[in-house]
Design a protein around this ligand. Structure first.
Ligand code: GDP
Ligand code: GDP
Length: 466
């Protein structure tokens, strides 16, 4: 019954995380001849629908709907104003650009990677700066991954490093997708802020939880880890109504042990809790980034352990297996081998998750725990460069081509990482609906190996590329 409650919890949780799609309004701005119309046409795709042909309206802005991956776009192109002769070019240009920016959610500011920054680009940069809209700077005509000198000086425009793109050849589209996906999430309000990833990366504590069945050796391990009998006495600071968190530092890195409520209760009432408390386990997994699953070497990986590990994977946390009471083992090598085989077989979704065998009683093996925690945390936070990802995708497909459906091949097109913690990827493919689960598993396993993310729960969604 507990297990089915857990399933219900995670099922509800996953529903609430799904979003409804919305359309992103995109203005494509920049000086003449940089490739705005070409980009507009590419994003509008085949079903180009120009809707501005109302009589008496100048054709200064073109509108179309389009998409990039699964993001629906309303496109506004500002090309064409140079044909208008009645007012000065610059005034006209300024007006059109301003209107387009006002209408949009995100502006794509296009420059020419080959020509570099010219004075007219700076005028556009000024216009954009005074509008409070997100801007993605695009260095176009950068086909062949060429690092054009012109693109390198683009930072003088004040919008950071440009995204290299070739509108004509369709290169760099996954990078553009990735950038737009961030804004979509932002606008939809479910953006997972990266705030703790850059400058705060090293100052925010790594949140860990130590969980496992009763008697696995959790309290003993925690006390040993903290070097004092803290848990039994209870650190007064940090006690909230029913959870305890303990902060310390390991090699300059802040660590926060979250939610030891179940342990504390046990300590207080001086008796063994007979069964695993589902609520405590769920809460600990939810609050933690790295979960340490403690198992007595004698009976590790029994049903409940497998259930907990599976929960950790489904919640997308980093996981470490601690095999405790290692002082009681008779043949360490053989036992470790045996246990890792069980793990590989019973928990293939966590392939490569680290094992730490230790004795909290005599301290042997304990020095390997925190380095393993920090490594797991780093892998779990990993960001793979979009270009590396797409290079990898090509190879992965070559090595093991996707199957055909009704005589037609499923064609993976491109890929992007949309989030870290856990690493989350989206793959666009033709006939995505037919992509078999085993092929997705192949891709996930290959990703894990290629980008060194052992044991990390990887999320991959395959979406239609119409
Ligand atoms: P707009 O005036 O900014 O709308 O620019 P256009 O889309 O009309 O493109 C201007 C010229 O640049 C055309 O000759 C395009 O074929 C060319 N062009 C556009 N995109 C690319 C690209 O990615 N690479 C190269 N080499 N040429 C491009
Ligand atoms: P918890 O219920 O998971 O918190 O488990 P405890 O830490 O209370 O440990 C349960 C029992 O296992 C206690 O009797 C501990 O003394 C014993 N124990 C814990 N760690 C070790 C260990 O590394 N070696 C041995 N031999 N016994 C241990």
């Amino acid at each position: 019954q507990e297990a089915s409650l857990l399933h219900l919890f995670f099922f509800l949780h996953s529903i609430s995380c799904n979003n409804l799609c919305m359309t992103l309004k995109i203005a494509i701005v920049g000086r003449p001849n940089v490739g705005k119309s070409t980009l507009f046409n590419r994003l509008a795709g085949k079903k180009l629908a120009i809707v501005d042909d109302q009589p008496g309206v100048t054709r200064d802005r073109r509108y179309a709907s389009g998409h990039i991956g699964d993001i629906d776009l309303d496109l506004i192109d500002t090309a064409g104003f140079e044909d208008v002769a009645d007012t000065s070019l610059e005034a006209r240009m300024r007006q059109q650009t301003e209107k387009a920016i006002e209408e949009c959610d995100v502006a794509l500011f296009v420059m020419d990677a080959r020509e570099g920054v010219v004075p007219l680009d700076r005028i556009f940069a000024d216009i954009l700066r005074f509008k409070d809209k997100p801007v993605i700077l695009i260095a176009n005509k950068a086909e062949g991954h060429a690092g054009f000198a012109g693109a390198e000086e683009a930072h003088v425009l004040g919008f950071g490093a440009p995204l290299h793109l070739s509108a004509e050849h369709g290169e760099g589209i996954s990078e553009l997708y990735e950038a737009l996906e961030k804004y979509r999430q932002l606008i939809e309000g479910d953006f997972i802020a990266d705030e703790d990833e850059d400058e705060d990366e090293d100052t925010k504590p790594v949140r860990i939880a130590i969980i496992g069945r009763p008697n696995a050796g959790k309290s003993t391990l925690i006390n040993r880890l903290l070097g004092e009998d803290r848990l039994l006495t209870g650190p007064e600071a940090g006690i909230t109504r029913d959870s305890i968190s303990v902060d310390w530092e390991y090699e300059g890195r802040k660590i926060r042990l979250v939610d030891t409520a179940g342990l504390r209760r046990k300590a207080r009432v001086q008796e063994k809790l007979e069964k695993l408390s589902t609520a405590d386990t769920i809460r600990a997994i939810t609050f933690a980034e790295v979960v340490i699953l403690v198992m007595d070497q004698e009976n590790a990986f029994e049903t409940q352990d497998l259930q907990i590990a599976d929960l950790v994977e489904r919640e997308g946390r980093a996981l470490i297996y601690v095999i405790s009471k290692w002082d009681t083992v008779e043949e360490p090598q053989a036992r470790l081998h045996e246990l890792s085989e069980i793990a590989e077989r019973m928990l293939p979704q966590l392939r490569g998750a680290p094992f730490v065998a230790l004795s909290a009683l005599n301290g042997r093996g304990l020095d390997r725990l925190m380095p393993a925690v920090l490594k797991a945390y780093r892998n779990w936070s990993a960001k793979v460069k979009t270009r590396d990802l797409n290079d990898w995708l090509k190879l992965a497909i070559q090595r093991h081509p996707p199957p055909a459906v009704d005589g037609k091949r499923i064609k993976p097109k491109y890929m992007a990482q949309t989030k870290g913690r856990p690493p989350t990827f989206v793959l666009f493919a033709s006939r995505a609906y037919a992509m078999p689960a085993h092929y997705q598993r192949y891709l996930i396993n290959s990703l894990r190996e290629s980008f060194d993310m052992p044991g990390v729960p990887i999320r991959l969604s395959v979406k239609a590329n119409a």
